[in-house]
Write a protein that binds this ligand. Structure first.
Ligand code: FES
Length: 153
């Protein structure tokens, strides 16, 4: 989806800014909003560029930095922690060779922390792009990563 097409979906009112940023970034393969896009978005919503930048830097799900094709967000809130989310994190770090905040060299995966994913009854949980995985074990995580890698080839 081009930025122009995405913007047409929203009234030119600043109350739609966050929703538009989230939708646009989700649709992009590098999951980020560039400086040039920020200029265009600010103009469309009739806000300053610094307002758009502050929104992007405030919300952890928005970014100016390119991310991998698949953004893996691991919940680090208490219910997941007591259900061994640390072992899930370890598995992800080992399998991907990256730490939270980093992207694999092939540009396939980024790893990030997130707050509660609303799946506390099925902790531990992760989200990969828009899909949530629950009741995880290290073995389930290994299988999930293999599926994503196979999808690429
Ligand atoms: S605490 Fe992890 S999903 Fe709610």
């Amino acid at each position: 989806m081009t930025l122009d097409l995405m913007l047409q979906k929203y009234p030119a009112s600043s109350e739609y800014l966050i929703e538009a940023l989230r939708d646009y970034q989700t649709a992009k393969i590098d999951h980020c909003v560039t400086e040039m896009e920020i200029v265009k978005i600010a103009k469309y919503f009739n806000v300053t560029e610094s307002k758009v930048c502050s929104v992007v830097s405030f919300y952890s799900f928005l970014s100016e930095k390119p991310k991998g094709k698949y953004v893996i967000r691991i919940c680090r809130d208490v219910p997941c922690f007591v259900n061994k989310s640390e072992s899930i994190l370890k598995t992800l770090e080992t399998r991907l060779g990256i730490k939270p905040g980093e992207t694999t060299t092939d540009g396939l995966f980024s790893l990030e922390f997130t707050g509660c994913l609303g799946q506390c009854d099925h902790a531990p949980a992760i989200r990969i792009n828009e899909k949530t995985y629950v009741d995880l074990t290290p073995d389930k995580v290994k299988a999930i990563l293999s599926e994503y890698r196979e999808e690429k080839s």
